[in-house]
Ligand binder design. Structure first.
Ligand code: MN
Length: 296
């Protein structure tokens, strides 16, 4: 049932796409909002990220001038927000259960954070479906600590937890502790890092990063990978990050040769009065959906 004059209403979902394209049964892609920021080290606020991304997405065009595709045609269902629990391990379990159910329904999961710790539960569910999975981790931080603030599920440990499940390729790193650097050296190639300082010139590094990944890839994007000039709305900013078109070129190269099976975008901490970072986050989600999932 819908009210009369349905054209008076703008759907309140990711992309403001028409209801017939946002129906769970028909949608290929599901947006899973996870407003969780319990382990954030610097200041809270990423719990507001998913809502800000969804709101910003509603002002974007369906049509993508670059691919010539209408991203909404895939069918994109925006789910209700996942209920959070403070305990990060329990939260990871909850995300795992949610993602597992969505995958068993044949959906492709796009998770919106929230702090970065949410990724490990989603990766675990994807690992079960794709045992040869590798993870592309795009982030200013290595996130390889074994524990932080006494918590192994802290957002600063997420790449470490993921690397215990599958190989990880990290891109854009420019903040790393000595113990993390030593851990990479001892990982025997299971963790490969492309530091921000080494990806400033040319695109050969992109080919090397692509080659380092297996066929089935899960992408986890921490928005602080972007340069702070275009993405100031993150909890733990670092100068010297990636630019917009550089990121898109890299994503296209991944899409061309890999099977991306799911992704997440995390760590948006909206700044009141500055809407531009929210739009960037929403637009990168649209681009990733177009690049990764709209092939026949
Ligand atoms: Mn980070």
């Amino acid at each position: 049932m819908a009210p009369k004059n349905p054209h008076f209403y703008v759907p309140f979902n990711f992309g403001a796409i028409p209801h017939e394209l946002a129906d769970y049964g028909k949608a290929k892609v599901v947006i899973l909002p996870v407003p969780y920021d319990a382990t954030t080290t610097f200041q809270p606020g990423t719990r507001n990220g998913p809502r800000a991304i969804i709101e910003a997405s509603r002002c974007l065009e369906f049509y993508d001038e670059e691919t010539g595709k209408n991203f909404s045609e895939l069918g994109i269902c925006t789910l209700d927000e996942l209920e959070t629990v403070d305990d990060a391990r329990k939260m990871a379990d909850r995300i795992y259960e949610a993602a597992k159910t969505l995958l068993s329904d044949g959906k492709t999961v796009v998770m919106l954070g929230g702090e970065h710790s949410i990724s490990s539960g989603s990766v675990k569910a994807h690992m079960e479906k794709y045992p040869d999975l590798s993870v592309l981790h795009i982030d200013a931080h290595a996130d390889l600590r074994d524990e932080l603030s006494g918590n192994r599920y802290n957002h600063g440990c997420v790449a470490r937890r993921i690397s215990e499940m599958c190989p990880v390729v990290s891109v854009g790193v420019r903040s790393i502790a000595e113990e993390e650097a030593r851990h990479i050296s001892s990982s025997k190639g299971r963790i490969k890092v492309f530091f921000a300082k080494d990806i400033q010139n040319g695109s050969k590094w992109m080919d090397d990063a692509v080659t380092s990944l297996g066929k089935n890839v899960y992408v986890t994007l921490d928005l602080d990978a972007f340069d702070t000039s275009i993405m100031p709305a993150v909890g733990t900013p670092q100068p010297g990050g990636m630019q917009w078109y550089q990121m898109l070129e890299f994503m296209r190269k991944i899409a061309a040769v890999k099977n991306v099976v799911g992704f997440d975008v995390t760590e948006l901490m909206p700044i009141q009065g500055n809407h531009a970072p929210d739009v960037l986050a929403a637009k990168v989600v649209c681009k990733m959906i177009s690049y990764f999932f709209s092939r026949q």
